[in-house]
Design a protein. Sequence first.
Lengths: 84, 402
Amino acid sequence: MSSDSQSTYAVLCELLQPFNTAGVSLQPTTDISTDLNIDSVSVMDFVMEVEDRFDIDIPLNVLSETRTLNDLVSVVEARAGKGK
Amino acid sequence: MVDLLEKHRPIAERHARMLAAGANAVGLTIDKILSPTRALINGRETILAGTNNYMGITLDPDCIAAGQKAMAEFGTGTTGSRIANGSYAMHRELENTLAKFLGRKHCIVFTTGYQANLGMMAGLAGPKDTIYLDADSHASIYDGCTLSGAKLVRFRHNDASDLDKRLARGEDEGGRLVVLEGIYSMLGDRAPLSDFIEVKRKHGFQLLVDDAHSFGVLGPNGRGLGDEAGLDAEVDFVVGTFSKSVGAIGGFGAGDHPLFETIRYATRAYMFTASPSPASVATSLAAIRKLAAEPERRERLARNSKRLLDGFRGLGLETGCDQVSPVVAVKCADEPSTIAMWNALLEAGVYVNIALPPGTPGRMCLLRCSVSAAHSSDDIDRIIELFGKVVAQGAPRLAAAS
Ligand SMILES: Cc1ncc(COP(=O)(O)O)c(C=O)c1O
């Protein structure tokens, strides 16, 4: 991971903590839904926090193909980089 | 081989925990309906406060007679879709009557409200378009949006400024559809329509309101949220259902757009399913005429809703919203205590809905009441009394409640 990606990853982990009620230890390869055992609405609520923090939109269609924290780092960087 | 159903084991375990704590809160058997507000459940006469039977119209003699006549004359089913197998004159009559009730040029009837949302979202938006939907939207809206293939952007519940921000950020190439609900089914709150209309004037989009819980209920003419807010003309499309205030089954989409009728030939939820049965169409038609002719039903519903809200507030309960609404939800602490209180209420003679995550906003656990115009003041007072005994004291008091 580049240092930019490292810091994006750290922010995502911080935003995810309130939803990680089972206290699973987070890895870049953690599957946000199945490994953390959180429901689809909570995943969308988490992503809304991410959208606010980075001032981007992550359409639900994109989200349905995003599984791991690493995937989400790529999505955030692509969207933030494009300024959208 | 991977067993397909294995992934549902956690659901089975959660359901077993619910059954161990009492009755089946997500599949209760009602043995006999005694009136719009009374049923026999487990051999006990029970007040119904979780039916969505807002107008108490399900046992209206005129509606029943209309349904019986239609069934006798036109049969038990239509055996096909209106595209492939033709419309009955009564389908058109229902659409025309409904369009007039709504003050709209066009109306399309669907077989259920769920299908109306599938059909309208997918009929309006396509893969090049963007749908902006409220975070707390009903599952049928989410499913319709997914089916449309449009880009889907979710905005914070009832937050017009969040929508504003997202519209400003978006570089959408195609059309934009914004979807709101008149009354949200879980918490009973309404969309702040005038705030959203301001955003509409600024950015330009087409607006759809799902009036599933507000059709027949809100506004001087009972048309729904736009009618209540005096902003009907700003709402491009409305969706609704016959399963609540109309007391039947079916759904509709309506609007004034000159191309509106083409949705029939462009949306699969209309084309590839059987049309509503004669009895359903005839009872819906009779009920809508009653809703138009008897505004006192809406007034009674509003009075009962206020009485229940005030009563719950007096008990210090935290309700889903603070506006008068026929949906009155009480926020509870956690799943086990909510299930225990739901059972205690049922044992004491009142049936309400249980609403648990992920079907609720913000992972809330709710005991949800829906008020009916057919409830008497005594019914409402009894519901308040039982919530006082069972819920306000923070723990189920089975014995004390009876
Ligand atoms: C907001 C909303 N939209 C649509 C529907 C679907 O209506 P129906 O029961 O007719 O399928 C419902 C209720 O079930 C609802 O609450």
